[in-house]
Design a protein around this ligand. Structure first.
Ligand code: PAN
Ligand code: ZN
Length: 183
């Protein structure tokens, strides 16, 4: 393939005119939040978008780098902040870089042995997700949480492990404060 370039809007934290956009609504998030009833209420009230992943795809083969713009909206399901599904990579020994462009949140990570790590995401923060660690972003702010992500193009996504056992930690608003709880 030939070299190419795309223009990000770094002020807004967007990738205008992506070739591909994946949209996840509340109804795609069943099983993710602690309060399943609150999620069903949200679905019944209009099923709002939780996040969008905009990409200009490259070949999903060894040597290439996939990149995207992850756009996670602000909101809560019950007291729990909006978040992505989260995943291990299908090829587990592949790392990922998230560069936060806008908003405020957390990157919640889990190693294969169940160890947790959490990093703050604010504009300019680069979070390095090491090989083998599952990762989920969480929007704790009041505006979209936008990140540029880049990872080996053949990494793939394994959602099943997290769908089955979660991360072991969740982030809630309790009494007006951002609170991380083991559950
Ligand atoms: C990101 C994520 C994106 C959406 O591009 O795919 O933030 O999160 P989920 O894939 O967990 O729904 C990434 O980590 N790619 O590998
Ligand atoms: Zn990933």
């Amino acid at each position: 393939m030939d070299p190419f370039a795309v223009a990000f809007d770094l002020e807004r934290g967007t990738l205008p005119n992506p070739a591909r956009k994946q949209v996840r609504c509340a109804s795609d998030m069943r099983g993710c939040y602690a309060d399943a009833k609150a999620l069903e209420q949200l679905i019944a009230q209009g099923n709002p978008v939780h996040y969008e992943v905009s990409e200009v795809p490259v070949p999903e083969s060894e040597g290439h780098l996939m990149y995207c713009l992850s756009w996670l909206l602000p909101g809560k399901v019950g007291d729990e902040y909006f978040m992505t599904k989260g995943h291990f990579h299908e090829k587990p020994g592949t790392a990922e870089i998230y560069l936060c462009l806008r908003g405020e949140g957390r990157m919640l990570m889990k190693s294969p042995s169940g160890q947790n790590a959490i990093q703050k995401m604010t504009r300019g923060a680069m979070v390095y997700v090491p090989p083998f660690w599952a990762h989920r972003s969480i929007n704790t702010g009041s505006e979209p949480l936008a990140s540029f992500c880049v990872y080996p193009a053949d990494a793939g996504h394994n959602y099943a492990g997290i769908a089955a056992s979660g991360f072991g930690r969740r982030v809630f608003e309790r009494g007006g404060r951002i609170t991380v709880e083991d559950r």
